[in-house]
Design a protein around this ligand. Structure first.
Ligand SMILES: [Fe+2]
Length: 161
């Protein structure tokens, strides 16, 4: 079976997340909670396998180039997970006050910083040899097949790792 291209897929995920965050922010601004909830659900499904692949395989491999910066990326993941939890609790409400909506917009926008930092790894990943890239592609595909959403993964597998 063909190997998944881990760099192309990694970057494509980041594009979807970038757009999702911007769309959630716009939906919150327009007080469209149904839409915001729907996008958050899509992002939760996508980022679960993405984060899992990164923390289990990609980030450890990147330590060779980046040393302790990798720990910063993991701590950014902690923040993203916390923010996602807060957003999902807020969005479970029937209505948001102006303040809650502004807070949620701010929180969503803060997640963009991690998207930008994480995508920087693509330029370094290009130095990984093809055999290792194929192996990474297989691990990425595996994480997607398992398909565990971000919040569920964070509360179960990640917690006990
Ligand atoms: Fe990422």
């Amino acid at each position: 079976m063909a190997h998944l291209d881990p760099i192309a897929e990694f970057r494509e995920d980041h594009r979807v997340v970038r757009d999702g965050i911007l769309d959630i922010t716009a939906a919150l601004k327009g007080k469209d909670l149904v839409k915001a909830r729907e996008i958050l659900g899509t992002l939760n499904d996508l980022t679960g396998p993405h984060f899992r692949y990164e923390e289990e395989y990609l980030y450890p491999m990147m330590k060779e180039y980046l040393g302790e910066y990798v720990d910063q990326l993991i701590s950014e993941h902690n923040n993203v997970i916390e923010t996602a939890k807060v957003c999902s609790e807020l969005l479970a409400k029937d209505e948001l006050t102006d303040e809650e909506s502004a807070d949620a917009q701010k929180a969503a926008m803060a997640m963009l910083i991690h998207v930008s930092n994480c995508d920087g790894l693509a330029i370094l990943s290009e130095r990984i040899d093809q055999k290792e890239l194929d192996a990474l592609g297989d691990r990425f595909a595996e994480a997607r097949e398992k398909g565990i959403g971000l919040l569920e993964w964070a509360d179960t597998i990640r917690k006990s790792a």
